[in-house]
Design a binder for this molecule. Sequence first.
Ligand SMILES: [Zn+2]
Length: 318
Amino acid sequence: MGKWKKLLASLPCLAFSLSAAFAATPGEYVDLGKLAVRCGTCATYCDGGNCGTILAKGLEIKCHINSACYCVNGTNVYGQCPVAGQPGRLCVAKSDWDRVIVPLVSPRQPQQLRRICLDPGHGGKDCGARRPRIGLEEKNLTMDVAKRLQKLLQKRGFEVVLTRSGDTFVPLEARAAVANRSKCDLFICIHFNAADSPKAEGIETYIIPLQGAASTARLQNPTAGDKKFYANNRYDEKNLCLAFCLQRELSSMKPANDRGVKRGRFKVLEDVNCPAVLVECGFITGSQEGHRIGTGEHRQAIAAALCEGICAYGTGSK
Ligand SMILES: [Zn+2]
């Protein structure tokens, strides 16, 4: 090990911050076949060569040409750059491989989790999404799921802190401050989605983008605001692993549409001093899903899935 490398290794925080800035422009691409060889396997192709699959450390990674969505052991996770190449010879962005796939397939250490902050989205004058015809208001649904999840987590021995305990308005910065002040080990922000089309249904889990990277919705078009390093960027890898565990459990509820782990610069997440995610637990506007969300049984299933995801993250299991 060279002198410089030795110095970096002895200063892990410095080493990390030096490599933290994400290449905003699509950089180096790597042949999927070569990555497979490195993993001691070979790439297989289907769908006329447009879909490639490899096994990395026992996990199946599937990708499609022109898509930034990777299916990791059946759970969708978005990278930053669409897969390039040609049918039968796909190329993935090296930055996505290094920053998305490698953290997910690498062995994970058990985490010391004691206190968990649950943030029921909206509240008070901020109702969030609404579907008055069937009596759904997001602020009430998020609170209901948070209270159900609180009970489940307490049964497993966790301490739980809520950012609001009643129907009150709490500013976004104050929510992050609750987690930081209480020295929480995880921050789980609970929301429900809404869309104009009743066809939109499914689960999404958000974490903040890497420094320099745009949100999933804008992919390769970062803005000046994307260049900033936020306190929560210190947890990029842990955020990803936590989001993956939660998305996997939530989207295993049947029927559920897995819309994937995505990146979004949500203000509520930026300054949180621990791994933090925002879960969108389904569309209240969805023609079927909205009705399911209206039942206590379904909200209990959401809470149970979140609890399982948190525990899986905590034990380091894949
Ligand atoms: Zn919301």
